[in-house]
Ligand binder design. Structure first.
Ligand code: ZN
Length: 250
């Protein structure tokens, strides 16, 4: 089952590559079918096997020999391992589906933000629709669903507040991402995810400034750090929150 989840992750990673490439260009993610972005030749199914095609083709297009970016197989592998770890943690359960869906959105939104420093509202809306579906499922199952609504409101409000206070340190897109995380993770895990992303993002910023890769005035995308924070919260959020509460609150 783990192998199956991993391979499914690779296949989704391949789809996420299409999303990451096309969404910022305003192209449809379903049409036209996959093609070489250099020579426009339509790719055959055997050109699109995640990771393996890249290895067999030695990282070049079969038709025009243009170099294919290493980021494609890397994002496929990243997705495969991300899905596998969620499976190992939650088995096949409602949480497994909820967290792999969120992870998918976090990979696509995080990488697009990393490459373009933009967050596309279309991807946030798509995520919110999936989040709402999980809320409806929870209502049907008689589970607590208000937590997800509080989580979304908290995420949106707290990053919104930081935007107001810091006057442009973060963008409106960051508040949208935080709201999206909230609707999937609920209040406690959202607090954990955002705290982690601020800590990891802050440390990375300090290191980049010290290494003189960035100056204090440079803009750097916060979205990828929210993706990392959300993913850590998915795997270990409860333990981290309980540890923090027992250490500092009691
Ligand atoms: Zn080509």
């Amino acid at each position: 089952m783990g192998t199956f989840v991993f391979i499914l992750g690779l296949a989704f990673g391949s789809f996420f590559n299409v999303c990451i490439y096309r969404i910022p260009r305003g192209e449809s993610i379903v049409f036209p079918p996959s093609h070489c972005t250099h020579c426009n030749n339509r790719l055959k199914f055997y050109d699109m096997i995640p990771v393996l095609s890249y290895i067999f083709l030695r990282g070049r297009c079969r038709y025009c020999k243009e170099k294919i970016s290493i980021k494609y197989p890397i994002i496929e592998l990243l997705t495969g391992f991300s899905f596998l770890l969620i499976y190992l943690r939650y088995g096949i359960s409602l949480n497994f589906f909820k967290y792999t869906v969120l992870t998918g959105f976090m990979i696509v939104i995080g990488f697009i933000d990393f490459y373009t420093t933009d967050v596309y509202t279309s991807s946030i809306i798509a995520g919110m629709i999936f989040g709402s579906i999980f809320i409806i499922i929870n209502i049907f199952l008689g589970h607590n669903f208000m937590d997800c609504i509080f989580g979304a409101m908290f995420g949106f409000a707290v990053i919104g507040l930081i935007i107001l206070i810091s006057k442009g340190g973060m963008g409106a897109g960051d508040a949208e991402i935080a709201g999206l995380i909230g609707i999937f993770l609920g209040l406690k895990l959202t607090v954990t995810a955002l705290s982690l992303s601020i800590i990891i993002g802050g440390l990375t910023g300090i290191i980049l400034v010290m290494l003189k890769k960035k100056s204090m005035k440079d803009y750097f995308a916060f979205g990828p750090f929210m993706s990392i924070g959300a993913y850590i919260a998915i795997l270990y959020g409860n333990e981290i929150a309980n540890w923090y509460l027992s250490k500092f609150m009691l």
